[in-house]
Write a protein that binds this ligand. Structure first.
Ligand SMILES: O=c1[nH]c(=O)c2[nH]c(=O)[nH]c2[nH]1
Length: 293
Protein backbone atom coordinates (compact mmCIF):
# COMPACT_ATOMS: atom_id res chain seq x y z
CA UNK A 1 0.00 0.00 0.00
CA UNK A 2 1.38 3.40 -0.99
CA UNK A 3 0.45 6.45 1.01
CA UNK A 4 0.57 9.89 -0.54
CA UNK A 5 -0.15 13.45 0.51
CA UNK A 6 -3.47 14.68 -0.82
CA UNK A 7 -4.80 18.23 -1.21
CA UNK A 8 -3.57 20.52 1.53
CA UNK A 9 -3.39 24.16 2.47
CA UNK A 10 -2.24 26.12 5.47
CA UNK A 11 -2.52 29.63 6.79
CA UNK A 12 -3.64 31.88 9.62
CA UNK A 13 -7.30 31.68 10.51
CA UNK A 14 -9.41 34.57 11.74
CA UNK A 15 -6.96 37.46 11.99
CA UNK A 16 -8.95 40.22 13.64
CA UNK A 17 -8.22 43.56 11.97
CA UNK A 18 -9.79 46.91 12.77
CA UNK A 19 -8.70 50.03 10.92
CA UNK A 20 -9.60 53.64 11.58
CA UNK A 21 -9.24 56.05 8.68
CA UNK A 22 -8.44 59.40 10.31
CA UNK A 23 -8.23 61.84 7.42
CA UNK A 24 -10.36 64.43 9.22
CA UNK A 25 -12.69 64.73 12.16
CA UNK A 26 -15.00 62.07 10.67
CA UNK A 27 -13.42 58.68 11.25
CA UNK A 28 -14.10 55.64 9.06
CA UNK A 29 -14.05 52.18 10.59
CA UNK A 30 -13.36 48.79 9.00
CA UNK A 31 -13.74 45.69 11.12
CA UNK A 32 -12.55 42.52 9.39
CA UNK A 33 -11.79 38.91 10.16
CA UNK A 34 -9.19 37.71 7.66
CA UNK A 35 -8.11 34.12 7.04
CA UNK A 36 -5.28 33.18 4.69
CA UNK A 37 -4.57 29.74 3.16
CA UNK A 38 -1.60 28.95 0.97
CA UNK A 39 -1.15 26.01 -1.41
CA UNK A 40 1.74 24.80 -3.51
CA UNK A 41 4.90 22.71 -3.26
CA UNK A 42 4.41 21.76 0.35
CA UNK A 43 5.31 18.06 0.29
CA UNK A 44 8.67 18.62 2.01
CA UNK A 45 7.29 20.01 5.24
CA UNK A 46 4.65 17.27 5.44
CA UNK A 47 6.99 14.39 4.59
CA UNK A 48 10.30 15.44 6.16
CA UNK A 49 9.66 18.59 8.17
CA UNK A 50 11.80 20.69 5.80
CA UNK A 51 10.26 24.15 6.16
CA UNK A 52 12.29 25.98 3.51
CA UNK A 53 9.15 26.65 1.45
CA UNK A 54 6.79 27.40 4.33
CA UNK A 55 5.91 31.07 4.74
CA UNK A 56 5.05 31.05 8.46
CA UNK A 57 1.43 31.62 9.36
CA UNK A 58 2.75 34.27 11.75
CA UNK A 59 4.23 36.11 8.75
CA UNK A 60 0.91 35.79 6.93
CA UNK A 61 -0.83 37.45 9.89
CA UNK A 62 1.77 40.24 10.01
CA UNK A 63 1.32 40.81 6.27
CA UNK A 64 -2.39 41.42 6.81
CA UNK A 65 -1.65 44.16 9.35
CA UNK A 66 1.16 45.71 7.31
CA UNK A 67 -0.96 45.82 4.14
CA UNK A 68 -3.74 47.53 6.11
CA UNK A 69 -1.30 50.32 6.95
CA UNK A 70 0.49 50.59 3.61
CA UNK A 71 -2.67 51.37 1.62
CA UNK A 72 -6.34 51.90 2.51
CA UNK A 73 -8.06 48.53 2.94
CA UNK A 74 -10.88 49.51 0.57
CA UNK A 75 -13.41 46.86 -0.44
CA UNK A 76 -12.78 43.43 1.05
CA UNK A 77 -12.52 41.85 -2.41
CA UNK A 78 -9.71 44.24 -3.38
CA UNK A 79 -7.89 43.71 -0.09
CA UNK A 80 -8.17 39.93 -0.54
CA UNK A 81 -6.86 40.13 -4.11
CA UNK A 82 -3.89 42.24 -2.99
CA UNK A 83 -2.95 39.81 -0.23
CA UNK A 84 -3.44 36.65 -2.30
CA UNK A 85 -1.44 38.02 -5.23
CA UNK A 86 1.34 39.06 -2.86
CA UNK A 87 1.68 35.56 -1.38
CA UNK A 88 1.67 33.87 -4.80
CA UNK A 89 3.91 36.50 -6.36
CA UNK A 90 6.62 36.52 -3.70
CA UNK A 91 6.92 32.90 -2.53
CA UNK A 92 8.47 30.49 -4.98
CA UNK A 93 6.78 27.42 -3.49
CA UNK A 94 3.37 29.00 -3.16
CA UNK A 95 1.30 28.61 -6.33
CA UNK A 96 -2.13 29.35 -4.90
CA UNK A 97 -3.64 31.44 -2.15
CA UNK A 98 -7.12 31.80 -0.71
CA UNK A 99 -7.97 34.82 1.39
CA UNK A 100 -11.31 34.82 3.16
CA UNK A 101 -12.59 38.00 4.73
CA UNK A 102 -15.69 38.69 6.82
CA UNK A 103 -16.65 42.33 7.31
CA UNK A 104 -18.53 43.25 10.46
CA UNK A 105 -20.72 46.33 10.13
CA UNK A 106 -20.76 49.36 12.40
CA UNK A 107 -23.35 52.16 12.33
CA UNK A 108 -22.66 55.68 13.48
CA UNK A 109 -24.42 56.52 16.74
CA UNK A 110 -27.01 59.23 16.18
CA UNK A 111 -26.55 62.13 18.58
CA UNK A 112 -29.47 64.56 18.50
CA UNK A 113 -30.40 62.91 15.20
CA UNK A 114 -26.96 63.51 13.57
CA UNK A 115 -24.43 60.72 12.90
CA UNK A 116 -21.50 60.96 15.28
CA UNK A 117 -17.97 61.44 13.91
CA UNK A 118 -16.26 58.69 15.85
CA UNK A 119 -18.78 56.71 17.94
CA UNK A 120 -20.38 53.57 16.54
CA UNK A 121 -22.73 50.71 17.40
CA UNK A 122 -22.35 47.20 15.96
CA UNK A 123 -24.84 46.66 13.13
CA UNK A 124 -25.90 43.18 14.23
CA UNK A 125 -25.09 39.64 13.14
CA UNK A 126 -25.00 40.25 9.39
CA UNK A 127 -21.59 40.04 7.75
CA UNK A 128 -20.39 40.74 4.25
CA UNK A 129 -18.01 37.98 3.14
CA UNK A 130 -15.54 37.20 0.41
CA UNK A 131 -13.22 34.35 -0.53
CA UNK A 132 -10.57 35.30 -3.06
CA UNK A 133 -8.60 32.52 -4.74
CA UNK A 134 -5.47 33.22 -6.75
CA UNK A 135 -3.90 30.37 -8.70
CA UNK A 136 -0.89 31.45 -10.70
CA UNK A 137 -2.04 34.38 -12.82
CA UNK A 138 -5.77 33.76 -12.41
CA UNK A 139 -8.14 34.95 -9.72
CA UNK A 140 -11.65 33.98 -8.62
CA UNK A 141 -13.87 35.90 -6.23
CA UNK A 142 -16.78 34.40 -4.29
CA UNK A 143 -18.54 37.00 -2.18
CA UNK A 144 -21.57 36.76 0.03
CA UNK A 145 -23.65 37.50 3.06
CA UNK A 146 -23.79 35.63 6.37
CA UNK A 147 -26.23 35.90 9.23
CA UNK A 148 -28.94 37.93 7.52
CA UNK A 149 -32.07 36.95 9.46
CA UNK A 150 -35.37 37.37 7.61
CA UNK A 151 -39.00 36.70 8.48
CA UNK A 152 -42.32 37.10 6.73
CA UNK A 153 -45.47 36.70 8.78
CA UNK A 154 -47.66 35.52 5.89
CA UNK A 155 -47.31 34.75 2.18
CA UNK A 156 -45.88 31.29 2.89
CA UNK A 157 -47.55 27.89 2.52
CA UNK A 158 -46.36 24.31 2.77
CA UNK A 159 -48.56 21.43 1.64
CA UNK A 160 -48.77 18.58 -0.83
CA UNK A 161 -45.86 16.69 0.71
CA UNK A 162 -46.02 12.88 1.07
CA UNK A 163 -47.60 11.44 4.18
CA UNK A 164 -46.23 8.15 5.49
CA UNK A 165 -46.62 6.41 8.84
CA UNK A 166 -44.20 8.89 10.46
CA UNK A 167 -45.73 12.13 9.16
CA UNK A 168 -47.42 14.38 11.70
CA UNK A 169 -46.81 17.83 10.13
CA UNK A 170 -50.06 19.62 9.33
CA UNK A 171 -50.46 21.14 5.90
CA UNK A 172 -50.64 24.92 6.01
CA UNK A 173 -51.63 27.69 3.64
CA UNK A 174 -50.44 30.44 5.97
CA UNK A 175 -47.34 30.22 8.11
CA UNK A 176 -44.39 32.28 9.26
CA UNK A 177 -41.35 31.85 7.02
CA UNK A 178 -38.05 32.75 8.70
CA UNK A 179 -34.43 32.08 7.86
CA UNK A 180 -30.88 33.31 8.36
CA UNK A 181 -29.35 33.69 4.92
CA UNK A 182 -25.90 32.40 4.08
CA UNK A 183 -25.39 33.41 0.45
CA UNK A 184 -22.30 33.08 -1.69
CA UNK A 185 -22.04 34.20 -5.27
CA UNK A 186 -19.21 33.59 -7.68
CA UNK A 187 -18.16 36.44 -9.94
CA UNK A 188 -17.30 35.85 -13.61
CA UNK A 189 -14.27 38.14 -13.33
CA UNK A 190 -12.51 40.58 -11.04
CA UNK A 191 -13.30 43.87 -12.80
CA UNK A 192 -16.33 44.63 -10.66
CA UNK A 193 -17.68 47.52 -8.57
CA UNK A 194 -17.72 45.32 -5.48
CA UNK A 195 -19.65 47.65 -3.18
CA UNK A 196 -22.40 48.38 -5.70
CA UNK A 197 -22.67 44.73 -6.68
CA UNK A 198 -22.99 43.62 -3.07
CA UNK A 199 -25.60 46.29 -2.33
CA UNK A 200 -27.72 45.35 -5.36
CA UNK A 201 -27.49 41.58 -4.82
CA UNK A 202 -28.53 42.03 -1.20
CA UNK A 203 -31.46 44.21 -2.29
CA UNK A 204 -32.58 41.68 -4.92
CA UNK A 205 -32.50 38.80 -2.44
CA UNK A 206 -34.40 40.75 0.21
CA UNK A 207 -37.04 41.99 -2.24
CA UNK A 208 -37.54 38.49 -3.61
CA UNK A 209 -37.88 36.99 -0.14
CA UNK A 210 -40.48 39.64 0.69
CA UNK A 211 -42.55 39.54 -2.49
CA UNK A 212 -42.36 35.94 -3.75
CA UNK A 213 -45.37 34.02 -2.48
CA UNK A 214 -43.74 30.90 -1.09
CA UNK A 215 -44.95 27.31 -1.47
CA UNK A 216 -41.70 26.01 0.04
CA UNK A 217 -38.43 27.46 1.28
CA UNK A 218 -36.84 25.56 -1.63
CA UNK A 219 -38.94 27.62 -4.07
CA UNK A 220 -37.93 30.83 -2.29
CA UNK A 221 -34.27 29.82 -2.40
CA UNK A 222 -34.41 29.27 -6.16
CA UNK A 223 -36.27 32.54 -6.75
CA UNK A 224 -33.69 34.50 -4.75
CA UNK A 225 -30.81 33.06 -6.78
CA UNK A 226 -32.69 33.46 -10.05
CA UNK A 227 -33.38 37.15 -9.34
CA UNK A 228 -29.66 37.74 -8.84
CA UNK A 229 -28.60 35.91 -12.00
CA UNK A 230 -31.25 37.64 -14.12
CA UNK A 231 -30.21 41.12 -13.01
CA UNK A 232 -26.48 40.84 -12.43
CA UNK A 233 -24.36 39.81 -15.42
CA UNK A 234 -21.19 39.81 -13.32
CA UNK A 235 -22.45 36.84 -11.28
CA UNK A 236 -22.00 33.27 -12.60
CA UNK A 237 -23.43 31.21 -9.78
CA UNK A 238 -25.25 31.64 -6.46
CA UNK A 239 -25.18 29.22 -3.53
CA UNK A 240 -27.65 29.59 -0.70
CA UNK A 241 -27.91 27.89 2.65
CA UNK A 242 -31.23 28.66 4.34
CA UNK A 243 -32.13 27.26 7.75
CA UNK A 244 -35.88 27.00 8.15
CA UNK A 245 -36.36 28.76 11.48
CA UNK A 246 -39.59 27.08 12.46
CA UNK A 247 -42.33 29.05 14.20
CA UNK A 248 -44.92 26.67 15.61
CA UNK A 249 -48.49 27.73 16.37
CA UNK A 250 -49.12 27.43 20.09
CA UNK A 251 -52.16 25.32 20.97
CA UNK A 252 -54.29 27.73 22.99
CA UNK A 253 -57.38 25.49 23.04
CA UNK A 254 -56.75 24.29 26.64
CA UNK A 255 -57.39 27.91 27.64
CA UNK A 256 -60.53 28.16 25.53
CA UNK A 257 -58.70 30.47 23.11
CA UNK A 258 -58.50 30.33 19.32
CA UNK A 259 -55.08 30.93 17.72
CA UNK A 260 -55.59 32.75 14.44
CA UNK A 261 -51.92 32.62 13.39
CA UNK A 262 -51.01 35.17 16.05
CA UNK A 263 -49.13 33.32 18.82
CA UNK A 264 -46.06 31.22 17.96
CA UNK A 265 -43.31 29.29 19.63
CA UNK A 266 -39.98 30.15 17.91
CA UNK A 267 -38.06 26.87 17.91
CA UNK A 268 -34.30 26.95 18.17
CA UNK A 269 -33.48 23.42 16.96
CA UNK A 270 -33.76 21.18 15.13
CA UNK A 271 -34.26 23.27 12.03
CA UNK A 272 -34.75 22.37 8.39
CA UNK A 273 -31.71 23.21 6.31
CA UNK A 274 -32.44 24.03 2.69
CA UNK A 275 -29.39 24.43 0.46
CA UNK A 276 -28.95 24.86 -3.26
CA UNK A 277 -26.97 26.21 -6.18
CA UNK A 278 -28.45 28.36 -8.93
CA UNK A 279 -26.26 28.85 -11.97
CA UNK A 280 -26.19 29.78 -15.62
CA UNK A 281 -26.13 26.74 -17.90
CA UNK A 282 -23.27 28.31 -19.87
CA UNK A 283 -21.23 29.33 -16.80
CA UNK A 284 -17.49 29.05 -17.18
CA UNK A 285 -15.63 26.28 -15.33
CA UNK A 286 -15.36 27.59 -11.74
CA UNK A 287 -11.73 26.50 -11.44
CA UNK A 288 -10.58 26.23 -7.83
CA UNK A 289 -13.03 28.93 -6.66
CA UNK A 290 -14.90 26.58 -4.29
CA UNK A 291 -12.22 23.91 -3.60
CA UNK A 292 -11.33 23.28 0.06
CA UNK A 293 -13.64 26.18 0.78
O1 LIG B 1 -40.44 24.98 3.11
C1 LIG B 1 -40.32 23.86 3.64
N1 LIG B 1 -39.62 22.88 3.02
C2 LIG B 1 -39.46 21.63 3.54
O2 LIG B 1 -38.78 20.74 2.94
C3 LIG B 1 -40.06 21.39 4.78
N2 LIG B 1 -40.11 20.29 5.60
C4 LIG B 1 -40.81 20.64 6.70
O3 LIG B 1 -41.04 19.88 7.70
N3 LIG B 1 -41.24 21.94 6.61
C5 LIG B 1 -40.79 22.42 5.43
N4 LIG B 1 -40.91 23.64 4.84
Amino acid sequence: MAITLGPNQYGKAEVRLVTVRRDGPVHHLKDLTVSTSLRGELAATHLTGDNAGVLATDTQKNTVYAFAKEAPVGEIEDFGLRLARHFVGTQENITGARVKIDEHGWDRIAVGGAPHDHAFSRSGDERRTTAVTVQGERAWVVSGIDGLTLLKSTGSEFHGFPRDQYTTLAETDDRILATAVTAKWRYEGVDVDWAESHREIRRLMLETFATKHSLSLQQTLYAMGQAVLEARDEVAEVRLSLPNKHHFLVDLSPFGLKNDNEVFYAADRPYGLIEGTILRDDAEDPGPAWDLH
